[in-house]
Design a protein around this ligand. Structure first.
Ligand code: 5GP
Length: 125
């Protein structure tokens, strides 16, 4: 079920629990701004999620409320992850689902990194 992105941040969402080490994850990268881990249901040979450490429901929430340093740090972290995964040569796809129309299911901002193959279609329903 897609989330309502206008609801307040739910500190008990799955990714909040992963950030607090209350749930396990297959960690790929971490720094002061972000954590990256493998998606539990990968949809490509490489499917990694990058999340900010701060409590932001969505891309909309993050870009409206986060400090400039958090935004810059998060963007830099996404780039660091893609280079660590050696996707900068072959290329990759980034995706952020936002709210109902975007079919966002977890109410903590996450950037999907897809890699390991070519993605011919822009949008697949
Ligand atoms: P969304 O549709 O919100 O953009 O994507 C949520 C993503 O989170 C999905 O790709 C789903 O497979 C992934 N996911 C959901 N629960 C967990 C979990 O507990 N651990 C991990 N690693 N990924 C999860």
């Amino acid at each position: 079920m897609p989330i309502d992105p206008r609801l307040p941040y739910d500190a008990n969402n799955i990714f909040a629990k992963i950030l607090r080490d209350e749930l396990p994850c297959s960690k790929v990268y971490e720094d002061e701004h972000a954590l990256a881990f493998n998606d539990i249901r990968p949809q490509a040979p490489v499917h990694v999620l990058v999340i900010p450490r701060g409590p932001y429901v969505s891309w909309d929430d993050f870009t409206a409320k986060a400090e400039d340093a958090e935004i810059a740090g998060f963007m830099r972290a996404v780039g660091n992850v893609t280079r660590q995964l050696e996707l900068d040569g072959p290329g990759y796809r980034l995706m952020v689902n936002m709210g109902r129309a975007g079919h966002q299911e977890v109410p903590h901002l996450h950037v999907h990194i897809f890699g390991g193959r070519e993605f011919f279609q822009m949008i697949v329903d």
